[in-house]
Write a protein that binds this ligand. Sequence first.
Ligand code: ISJ
Length: 410
Amino acid sequence: MTSAPTSRARQRLRVLTRRDDAEDLLARLPDPDHALAWVRDGSGLVGWGEAARLEVRGPDRFEQADRWWREFVEHLDVEDELGVPGSGPVAFVSMAFADEPGDSVLIVPEVVIGRRNGDTWVTTIGSSEAEPAVAPMRRPATVRYANGQLPVTAYREAVREAVARMRQGELDKVVLAHDLVAVTDKRLDQRFVLRGLARRYPECWTYAVDGLVGATPELLLRRTGSVVDSRVLAGTTWPHDGMSDQELADSLMSSDKDLEEHNYAVTSLADTLRPYCTTMSVDGPSVLRLPNVSHLSSDVIGTLGSSASLLRLGAAVHPTAAVGGTPTLDATMLISQLEGMDRGRYAGPVGWIDGNGDGELGIALRCAQIEGSTARLFAGCGVVADSDPDTEVQEAHAKMLPMREALEGL
Ligand SMILES: C=C(O[C@@H]1C=C(C(=O)O)C=C[C@H]1O)C(=O)O
């Protein structure tokens, strides 16, 4: 569906970027229910209002979104004092994981506040309204949890079945997820959740687009002119049995199972991105340590030999084997068969794009879909032939902690 202000775009919207003195981006968000955010360690973008919105679904959702955005940008009058990635016109993006079901969304805010390398700016898109007052923050007093579409017991069974299929040689890796529903005593304030995540996970990208709120450690793709880079994660451990951080890191770096999972993920990203690049290098794996989990992490960097926009590149690489599996098609079919739930925009690309086709797309992990006083949390794990279902259940639990703590205000 296109709830398209294409007609508004045709009227030539005015886009104005000027310098600003924003200190705390998240503190500027006025609205508890419609936050737009992509912030890491104090830098990034926040936005509010809707100058335009696109909803798309299906296998060509990236191409449709790319076409719509390019047309939208053509009908703008832009005045941009900064001319850096993220200044000028911007759309926040959140794509569905699957071809079906699931809606993807692009939102062009009326106001964007950005910060990058110490420069801060404000962009207005078709609006010259004064900044609205920031509504007081709401915090829930109680949070209760209930089964989602795939309860833990069924998840354990799904992992067991996947392991059996892999031992029969049907496929090499599949990433299976489950969900959990949190119910609070009042309407959730997305800004409360965002601030909790950003405070505890400054090295992650804290995001909110159309009610999907989270803090992801995984960067699917960033395009900055002719440079493209990615941070691929797969292979996970978490604090247990009194092991020190060093012992956890050593065990991860020497785990054949985790190295295998990681290798599938890096290969899937590099193989699908390489055709667009003239050079490419992979640096890793090393261990990325977060408060709740540690991951094997590799950085991929390439020089683009093509003018493909970030959304086009996203179409080529999604889903990597960090959230899908290997081979990709077998894995996505098995996911829909064994999970039997709608992932929505969890594990899909999330982030922002600008008028030059640059931007950042993370993988929407460690997140929840917030609606009123409920939040649907998701977490998944890479499963290979050597996986143990009970251990995967514990891993998924560790991956849900950031969102649970943010909801509970811990
Ligand atoms: C699927 C998730 O995480 C992904 C799976 C990982 C793994 O299996 O080791 C690690 C990081 C992410 O790529 C999630 O957090 O829900």
